[in-house]
Design a protein. Structure first.
Ligand SMILES: [Zn+2]
Length: 94
């Protein structure tokens, strides 16, 4: 049985809210360093993969991930996403 070591602190992608556990899951900067904030699905070579996605669309997407990941009712997943995504660095507006 494989026991996954729980990271000391959870790092969320600051665009989609996905949990980042492994180095390979982080996106890349133009100089090929790993991004510290975004996952590889959202961010490649210092650019967002989906540049024009709206907060609303991302919240919907994130709800789908949370639904699968946490195995909770869809409504709860949607609420979680609606709570989480607007607080992330990419979407935060001051
Ligand atoms: Zn992401």
């Amino acid at each position: 049985m494989i026991v996954l070591k729980k990271p000391s602190k959870e790092v969320f992608c600051q665009s989609c809210g996905g949990i980042l556990n492994r180095q390979e899951e982080f996106g890349t900067e133009a100089d090929r360093k790993r991004s510290e904030d975004y996952c590889s699905y959202c961010y490649q070579r210092s650019e967002f993969v989906q540049k024009n996605i709206t907060l609303e669309q991302m919240t919907k997407k994130a709800a789908g991930f949370i639904f699968l990941r946490e195995n909770i009712p869809r409504d709860d997943a949607q609420k979680k996403a609606a709570d989480l995504i607007p607080k992330l660095k990419r979407w935060k507006t001051y």
